[in-house]
Design a protein around this ligand. Structure first.
Ligand code: NDP
Ligand code: ZN
Length: 358
Protein backbone atom coordinates (compact mmCIF):
# COMPACT_ATOMS: atom_id res chain seq x y z
CA UNK A 1 0.00 0.00 0.00
CA UNK A 2 1.68 3.23 -1.15
CA UNK A 3 -1.18 5.56 -0.40
CA UNK A 4 -4.17 5.34 1.92
CA UNK A 5 -7.49 7.07 2.60
CA UNK A 6 -8.19 9.13 5.69
CA UNK A 7 -10.90 11.40 7.04
CA UNK A 8 -9.52 14.89 7.59
CA UNK A 9 -9.99 18.42 8.73
CA UNK A 10 -9.49 20.13 5.35
CA UNK A 11 -9.42 23.56 6.97
CA UNK A 12 -11.40 25.23 9.78
CA UNK A 13 -15.08 24.22 9.59
CA UNK A 14 -14.48 21.83 6.69
CA UNK A 15 -14.07 18.06 6.78
CA UNK A 16 -13.61 15.47 4.03
CA UNK A 17 -11.64 12.50 2.69
CA UNK A 18 -7.99 12.80 1.69
CA UNK A 19 -5.48 10.44 0.09
CA UNK A 20 -2.01 10.36 1.66
CA UNK A 21 1.25 8.46 1.32
CA UNK A 22 1.80 5.77 3.94
CA UNK A 23 4.13 7.36 6.51
CA UNK A 24 7.68 6.13 6.90
CA UNK A 25 8.37 3.95 9.93
CA UNK A 26 11.39 5.22 11.88
CA UNK A 27 13.68 2.72 13.69
CA UNK A 28 11.77 3.02 17.00
CA UNK A 29 8.32 3.43 15.47
CA UNK A 30 5.37 1.39 14.19
CA UNK A 31 2.74 1.62 11.47
CA UNK A 32 -0.73 0.56 12.57
CA UNK A 33 -3.98 -0.27 10.81
CA UNK A 34 -6.88 0.60 13.09
CA UNK A 35 -9.55 -1.94 14.00
CA UNK A 36 -11.67 0.38 16.16
CA UNK A 37 -11.68 4.19 16.36
CA UNK A 38 -13.79 6.74 18.19
CA UNK A 39 -14.30 10.47 17.65
CA UNK A 40 -13.61 12.78 20.59
CA UNK A 41 -15.26 16.03 21.63
CA UNK A 42 -11.77 17.49 21.14
CA UNK A 43 -12.07 16.74 17.38
CA UNK A 44 -15.18 18.93 17.45
CA UNK A 45 -13.35 21.76 19.27
CA UNK A 46 -10.52 21.42 16.75
CA UNK A 47 -12.60 21.56 13.56
CA UNK A 48 -15.56 23.75 14.43
CA UNK A 49 -14.24 25.97 17.24
CA UNK A 50 -10.69 26.47 15.96
CA UNK A 51 -9.39 25.68 19.43
CA UNK A 52 -5.84 24.85 18.23
CA UNK A 53 -5.94 27.12 15.19
CA UNK A 54 -6.12 26.17 11.53
CA UNK A 55 -4.95 22.81 10.22
CA UNK A 56 -4.90 21.84 6.50
CA UNK A 57 -5.77 18.33 5.30
CA UNK A 58 -4.90 16.85 8.69
CA UNK A 59 -6.38 13.40 9.31
CA UNK A 60 -8.52 13.56 12.44
CA UNK A 61 -8.91 11.17 15.36
CA UNK A 62 -6.72 10.15 18.29
CA UNK A 63 -8.62 7.25 19.87
CA UNK A 64 -7.80 3.87 18.35
CA UNK A 65 -6.83 0.28 18.81
CA UNK A 66 -5.41 -1.68 15.91
CA UNK A 67 -3.03 -4.17 14.39
CA UNK A 68 0.69 -3.59 13.90
CA UNK A 69 1.63 -3.79 10.20
CA UNK A 70 5.25 -2.64 10.37
CA UNK A 71 7.86 -1.98 13.07
CA UNK A 72 11.24 -0.23 13.00
CA UNK A 73 14.54 -2.08 13.40
CA UNK A 74 14.95 -1.09 17.09
CA UNK A 75 11.44 -2.12 18.24
CA UNK A 76 11.72 -5.04 20.68
CA UNK A 77 8.21 -5.77 21.99
CA UNK A 78 6.01 -5.74 18.90
CA UNK A 79 5.80 -7.40 15.51
CA UNK A 80 3.39 -7.28 12.57
CA UNK A 81 0.07 -8.89 13.47
CA UNK A 82 0.08 -7.85 17.15
CA UNK A 83 -3.16 -6.27 18.40
CA UNK A 84 -2.44 -3.10 20.32
CA UNK A 85 -3.94 -0.25 22.33
CA UNK A 86 -2.69 3.11 21.04
CA UNK A 87 -2.83 5.90 23.64
CA UNK A 88 -4.20 9.22 22.40
CA UNK A 89 -1.06 10.81 23.81
CA UNK A 90 2.25 9.40 22.56
CA UNK A 91 5.06 11.30 24.32
CA UNK A 92 8.72 11.50 23.34
CA UNK A 93 9.97 9.65 26.37
CA UNK A 94 13.56 10.89 26.01
CA UNK A 95 12.47 14.52 26.22
CA UNK A 96 13.35 16.78 29.12
CA UNK A 97 9.68 17.37 30.11
CA UNK A 98 9.14 13.59 30.39
CA UNK A 99 12.13 13.38 32.71
CA UNK A 100 10.63 16.13 34.84
CA UNK A 101 7.46 14.02 35.15
CA UNK A 102 5.30 15.66 32.49
CA UNK A 103 5.40 13.35 29.48
CA UNK A 104 2.20 14.77 27.97
CA UNK A 105 4.01 18.11 27.59
CA UNK A 106 7.10 16.84 25.75
CA UNK A 107 8.88 19.08 23.21
CA UNK A 108 6.30 21.87 23.73
CA UNK A 109 3.09 22.53 25.66
CA UNK A 110 0.61 19.73 24.74
CA UNK A 111 3.39 18.22 22.58
CA UNK A 112 2.59 14.65 23.66
CA UNK A 113 -0.69 15.07 21.80
CA UNK A 114 0.45 14.36 18.27
CA UNK A 115 -2.45 12.60 16.49
CA UNK A 116 -4.85 15.14 14.98
CA UNK A 117 -2.81 17.99 16.39
CA UNK A 118 0.74 17.98 15.02
CA UNK A 119 0.45 14.99 12.69
CA UNK A 120 -2.14 12.86 10.95
CA UNK A 121 -4.52 11.11 13.30
CA UNK A 122 -6.03 7.65 13.41
CA UNK A 123 -9.08 8.09 11.12
CA UNK A 124 -7.34 6.46 8.16
CA UNK A 125 -6.32 3.09 6.83
CA UNK A 126 -2.85 3.51 8.35
CA UNK A 127 -1.18 5.70 10.96
CA UNK A 128 2.27 6.17 12.46
CA UNK A 129 3.21 5.75 16.14
CA UNK A 130 6.45 7.15 17.55
CA UNK A 131 8.45 5.18 20.14
CA UNK A 132 6.38 2.02 19.76
CA UNK A 133 7.88 0.11 22.72
CA UNK A 134 7.11 2.97 25.13
CA UNK A 135 3.75 3.92 23.71
CA UNK A 136 1.95 0.73 22.62
CA UNK A 137 0.33 -1.94 24.80
CA UNK A 138 -1.03 -5.36 23.81
CA UNK A 139 -4.81 -5.65 23.97
CA UNK A 140 -5.22 -8.19 26.78
CA UNK A 141 -7.51 -11.20 26.44
CA UNK A 142 -10.83 -10.36 28.01
CA UNK A 143 -10.95 -6.77 26.75
CA UNK A 144 -12.92 -6.01 23.57
CA UNK A 145 -11.58 -3.62 20.93
CA UNK A 146 -14.28 -1.06 21.75
CA UNK A 147 -13.67 -1.35 25.51
CA UNK A 148 -9.91 -0.94 24.95
CA UNK A 149 -10.55 2.07 22.70
CA UNK A 150 -12.30 3.82 25.62
CA UNK A 151 -9.07 3.64 27.66
CA UNK A 152 -6.94 5.55 25.13
CA UNK A 153 -8.33 8.98 25.98
CA UNK A 154 -11.64 8.92 27.89
CA UNK A 155 -10.59 6.78 30.86
CA UNK A 156 -7.06 8.15 30.88
CA UNK A 157 -8.23 11.77 30.87
CA UNK A 158 -11.23 11.44 33.16
CA UNK A 159 -9.38 9.34 35.72
CA UNK A 160 -6.50 11.84 35.65
CA UNK A 161 -9.08 14.50 36.50
CA UNK A 162 -9.87 12.60 39.67
CA UNK A 163 -6.22 11.74 40.41
CA UNK A 164 -5.40 15.47 40.21
CA UNK A 165 -8.35 16.33 42.49
CA UNK A 166 -6.67 15.10 45.72
CA UNK A 167 -9.71 13.10 46.77
CA UNK A 168 -9.49 12.20 50.47
CA UNK A 169 -10.62 8.67 51.36
CA UNK A 170 -14.35 9.01 51.88
CA UNK A 171 -14.22 12.64 50.72
CA UNK A 172 -17.00 14.43 48.86
CA UNK A 173 -16.52 14.89 45.12
CA UNK A 174 -18.35 16.88 42.45
CA UNK A 175 -17.86 16.04 38.76
CA UNK A 176 -19.16 18.78 36.46
CA UNK A 177 -20.06 17.32 33.07
CA UNK A 178 -20.89 13.68 32.52
CA UNK A 179 -19.98 13.02 28.93
CA UNK A 180 -17.48 10.20 28.45
CA UNK A 181 -14.72 12.20 30.16
CA UNK A 182 -16.75 13.16 33.25
CA UNK A 183 -18.09 9.62 33.53
CA UNK A 184 -14.51 8.34 33.49
CA UNK A 185 -13.71 10.85 36.24
CA UNK A 186 -16.55 9.34 38.26
CA UNK A 187 -15.24 5.84 37.61
CA UNK A 188 -11.79 7.01 38.76
CA UNK A 189 -13.10 8.88 41.80
CA UNK A 190 -14.83 5.72 43.01
CA UNK A 191 -11.62 3.72 42.55
CA UNK A 192 -9.73 6.43 44.47
CA UNK A 193 -12.03 6.17 47.47
CA UNK A 194 -14.58 8.95 47.01
CA UNK A 195 -17.46 8.97 49.47
CA UNK A 196 -20.45 10.99 48.34
CA UNK A 197 -20.10 11.65 44.63
CA UNK A 198 -22.13 14.38 42.89
CA UNK A 199 -22.49 14.31 39.10
CA UNK A 200 -23.72 17.35 37.14
CA UNK A 201 -25.29 16.67 33.74
CA UNK A 202 -28.62 15.91 32.09
CA UNK A 203 -28.35 13.40 29.21
CA UNK A 204 -30.41 10.43 30.48
CA UNK A 205 -27.95 7.82 29.23
CA UNK A 206 -25.10 9.64 30.98
CA UNK A 207 -27.08 9.84 34.21
CA UNK A 208 -27.66 6.09 34.04
CA UNK A 209 -23.95 5.32 33.53
CA UNK A 210 -22.92 7.89 36.17
CA UNK A 211 -24.91 5.90 38.73
CA UNK A 212 -23.40 2.62 37.52
CA UNK A 213 -19.89 4.12 37.84
CA UNK A 214 -20.59 5.29 41.40
CA UNK A 215 -22.36 8.68 41.44
CA UNK A 216 -24.57 8.99 44.51
CA UNK A 217 -26.33 12.27 43.62
CA UNK A 218 -27.26 13.75 40.23
CA UNK A 219 -27.37 17.53 39.78
CA UNK A 220 -29.24 19.07 36.86
CA UNK A 221 -27.26 22.24 36.02
CA UNK A 222 -30.31 23.54 34.14
CA UNK A 223 -32.18 23.82 37.46
CA UNK A 224 -29.88 26.55 38.82
CA UNK A 225 -26.25 27.21 39.76
CA UNK A 226 -24.42 23.98 40.55
CA UNK A 227 -22.76 25.42 43.67
CA UNK A 228 -26.11 26.40 45.16
CA UNK A 229 -27.43 22.88 44.62
CA UNK A 230 -24.25 21.35 46.08
CA UNK A 231 -24.37 23.61 49.15
CA UNK A 232 -28.00 22.71 49.71
CA UNK A 233 -27.30 18.99 49.46
CA UNK A 234 -24.31 19.22 51.83
CA UNK A 235 -25.90 21.47 54.48
CA UNK A 236 -23.71 24.32 53.27
CA UNK A 237 -20.43 22.42 53.55
CA UNK A 238 -19.43 22.09 49.87
CA UNK A 239 -17.13 19.35 48.58
CA UNK A 240 -13.49 18.36 49.00
CA UNK A 241 -12.80 17.88 45.29
CA UNK A 242 -14.27 19.18 42.05
CA UNK A 243 -13.50 17.85 38.57
CA UNK A 244 -14.46 20.10 35.64
CA UNK A 245 -15.21 17.91 32.61
CA UNK A 246 -17.78 20.06 30.84
CA UNK A 247 -19.61 23.37 31.02
CA UNK A 248 -18.60 26.79 29.78
CA UNK A 249 -16.30 29.68 30.54
CA UNK A 250 -19.09 31.98 31.69
CA UNK A 251 -20.38 29.96 34.64
CA UNK A 252 -18.53 26.74 35.28
CA UNK A 253 -15.30 27.94 36.88
CA UNK A 254 -17.21 30.13 39.34
CA UNK A 255 -19.55 27.25 40.16
CA UNK A 256 -16.59 24.95 40.72
CA UNK A 257 -14.74 27.34 43.05
CA UNK A 258 -17.94 28.14 44.93
CA UNK A 259 -18.64 24.41 45.41
CA UNK A 260 -15.23 23.63 46.93
CA UNK A 261 -14.43 23.69 50.64
CA UNK A 262 -11.50 25.80 51.80
CA UNK A 263 -8.45 23.63 51.24
CA UNK A 264 -10.22 21.69 48.50
CA UNK A 265 -9.12 21.12 44.93
CA UNK A 266 -10.62 22.08 41.58
CA UNK A 267 -9.22 19.88 38.82
CA UNK A 268 -9.85 20.85 35.22
CA UNK A 269 -9.75 18.51 32.23
CA UNK A 270 -12.15 20.49 30.02
CA UNK A 271 -10.67 21.73 26.72
CA UNK A 272 -11.33 25.45 27.05
CA UNK A 273 -12.53 27.40 24.06
CA UNK A 274 -14.89 30.27 23.32
CA UNK A 275 -13.19 33.08 25.31
CA UNK A 276 -9.67 34.23 26.11
CA UNK A 277 -9.82 34.34 29.88
CA UNK A 278 -10.87 32.07 32.70
CA UNK A 279 -12.72 34.00 35.38
CA UNK A 280 -12.05 32.98 38.98
CA UNK A 281 -14.45 34.52 41.54
CA UNK A 282 -12.12 36.52 43.80
CA UNK A 283 -14.16 36.57 47.03
CA UNK A 284 -15.21 32.89 46.94
CA UNK A 285 -11.57 32.03 46.23
CA UNK A 286 -10.79 33.64 49.57
CA UNK A 287 -9.22 36.68 47.84
CA UNK A 288 -6.64 34.21 46.55
CA UNK A 289 -5.99 32.75 50.03
CA UNK A 290 -8.58 29.98 50.38
CA UNK A 291 -6.12 27.13 49.84
CA UNK A 292 -8.46 25.96 47.09
CA UNK A 293 -5.93 24.63 44.60
CA UNK A 294 -6.57 24.56 40.88
CA UNK A 295 -4.99 21.73 38.92
CA UNK A 296 -5.21 20.73 35.26
CA UNK A 297 -3.64 18.39 32.77
CA UNK A 298 -3.54 16.73 29.40
CA UNK A 299 -4.47 13.07 29.12
CA UNK A 300 -1.60 10.80 30.22
CA UNK A 301 -0.27 8.47 27.54
CA UNK A 302 2.24 5.68 27.25
CA UNK A 303 2.29 1.92 27.63
CA UNK A 304 2.29 1.67 31.43
CA UNK A 305 -0.71 3.98 31.76
CA UNK A 306 -2.68 1.86 29.28
CA UNK A 307 -1.65 -1.40 31.00
CA UNK A 308 -2.86 -0.09 34.35
CA UNK A 309 -6.18 1.10 32.95
CA UNK A 310 -6.64 -2.24 31.20
CA UNK A 311 -6.03 -3.95 34.56
CA UNK A 312 -8.74 -1.83 36.20
CA UNK A 313 -11.15 -3.10 33.57
CA UNK A 314 -9.95 -6.72 33.67
CA UNK A 315 -10.16 -6.83 37.47
CA UNK A 316 -13.77 -5.73 37.21
CA UNK A 317 -13.32 -2.39 39.01
CA UNK A 318 -15.23 -0.56 36.27
CA UNK A 319 -16.47 -1.41 32.76
CA UNK A 320 -15.19 0.83 29.91
CA UNK A 321 -17.73 -0.57 27.45
CA UNK A 322 -20.53 1.24 29.30
CA UNK A 323 -19.35 4.39 27.52
CA UNK A 324 -20.05 2.97 24.06
CA UNK A 325 -23.60 3.79 22.98
CA UNK A 326 -23.33 3.72 19.16
CA UNK A 327 -21.47 1.21 16.99
CA UNK A 328 -20.74 1.83 13.28
CA UNK A 329 -19.05 -0.52 10.84
CA UNK A 330 -16.70 0.43 7.99
CA UNK A 331 -14.24 3.23 7.28
CA UNK A 332 -16.79 5.34 5.40
CA UNK A 333 -18.90 5.59 8.59
CA UNK A 334 -16.26 7.68 10.35
CA UNK A 335 -17.92 10.81 9.03
CA UNK A 336 -21.33 9.80 10.49
CA UNK A 337 -19.72 9.03 13.85
CA UNK A 338 -17.94 12.38 13.93
CA UNK A 339 -21.11 14.29 13.07
CA UNK A 340 -23.00 12.37 15.75
CA UNK A 341 -20.36 13.46 18.25
CA UNK A 342 -20.90 17.03 17.08
CA UNK A 343 -24.70 16.84 17.46
CA UNK A 344 -24.65 15.04 20.87
CA UNK A 345 -28.15 13.51 20.81
CA UNK A 346 -29.59 12.60 24.21
CA UNK A 347 -28.86 8.88 23.82
CA UNK A 348 -25.17 9.40 23.01
CA UNK A 349 -22.09 8.95 25.13
CA UNK A 350 -19.53 7.64 22.65
CA UNK A 351 -19.75 6.22 19.14
CA UNK A 352 -17.15 3.77 17.87
CA UNK A 353 -16.39 2.68 14.32
CA UNK A 354 -15.34 -0.94 13.86
CA UNK A 355 -12.96 -1.40 10.92
CA UNK A 356 -11.90 -4.33 8.80
CA UNK A 357 -9.13 -2.90 6.63
CA UNK A 358 -6.81 -4.94 4.38
P1 NDP B 1 -19.47 15.95 26.31
O1 NDP B 1 -19.84 17.12 25.46
O2 NDP B 1 -19.92 14.60 25.90
O3 NDP B 1 -19.95 16.21 27.80
C1 NDP B 1 -20.02 17.48 28.36
C2 NDP B 1 -20.82 17.42 29.62
O4 NDP B 1 -20.91 18.76 30.12
C3 NDP B 1 -22.25 16.91 29.45
O5 NDP B 1 -22.59 16.10 30.54
C4 NDP B 1 -23.06 18.19 29.47
O6 NDP B 1 -24.37 18.01 29.97
C5 NDP B 1 -22.27 19.00 30.46
N1 NDP B 1 -22.59 20.43 30.39
C6 NDP B 1 -22.94 21.16 29.30
N2 NDP B 1 -23.19 22.43 29.66
C7 NDP B 1 -22.99 22.49 30.99
C8 NDP B 1 -23.10 23.53 31.95
N3 NDP B 1 -23.44 24.77 31.61
N4 NDP B 1 -22.82 23.24 33.23
C9 NDP B 1 -22.45 22.00 33.60
N5 NDP B 1 -22.35 20.97 32.74
C10 NDP B 1 -22.61 21.22 31.45
O7 NDP B 1 -17.87 16.01 26.40
P2 NDP B 1 -16.78 14.88 26.68
O8 NDP B 1 -17.08 14.17 27.93
O9 NDP B 1 -16.54 14.10 25.46
O10 NDP B 1 -15.48 15.83 26.87
C11 NDP B 1 -15.43 16.76 27.94
C12 NDP B 1 -14.29 17.74 27.72
O11 NDP B 1 -13.03 17.11 27.90
C13 NDP B 1 -14.26 18.33 26.31
O12 NDP B 1 -13.98 19.71 26.42
C14 NDP B 1 -13.11 17.61 25.68
O13 NDP B 1 -12.55 18.31 24.59
C15 NDP B 1 -12.17 17.52 26.85
N6 NDP B 1 -11.08 16.56 26.75
C16 NDP B 1 -9.93 16.90 27.38
C17 NDP B 1 -8.85 16.05 27.36
C18 NDP B 1 -7.63 16.38 28.13
O14 NDP B 1 -6.59 15.75 27.85
N7 NDP B 1 -7.65 17.25 29.11
C19 NDP B 1 -8.87 14.82 26.58
C20 NDP B 1 -10.18 14.51 26.02
C21 NDP B 1 -11.23 15.37 26.08
P3 NDP B 1 -25.57 17.23 29.27
O15 NDP B 1 -25.63 15.94 29.99
O16 NDP B 1 -26.73 18.12 29.53
O17 NDP B 1 -25.23 17.09 27.82
ZN1 ZN C 1 -9.63 13.36 22.86
Amino acid sequence: MATFKGFAMKRLNEIGWVEKEVPECGPMDAIIKPTCVSPCTSDIHTVWEGAIGDRRDMILGHEAVGEVVEVGSMVKKFKPGDRVIVPAITPDWDDEAAQRGFPSQTTEPLGGWKFSNFKDGVFGERFHVNMADANLTFIPDGLSDEGACMLTDMWSTGMMGSENANIPLGGTVLVIGIGAVGLSAIAGAKCLGAGRLFAAGTRPISVEVAKKYGATDIINYKNGPIDEQVRELTDGAGVDSVVIAGGNLENTWAEAIKSAKAGGTVSNVNYLSGADNVLIPRVEWGCGMSNINITNGLCPGGAVRMERLADLALCGRQDPELLVTHKFKGLEKIEDALLLMKDKPKDLIKPVVMLDID
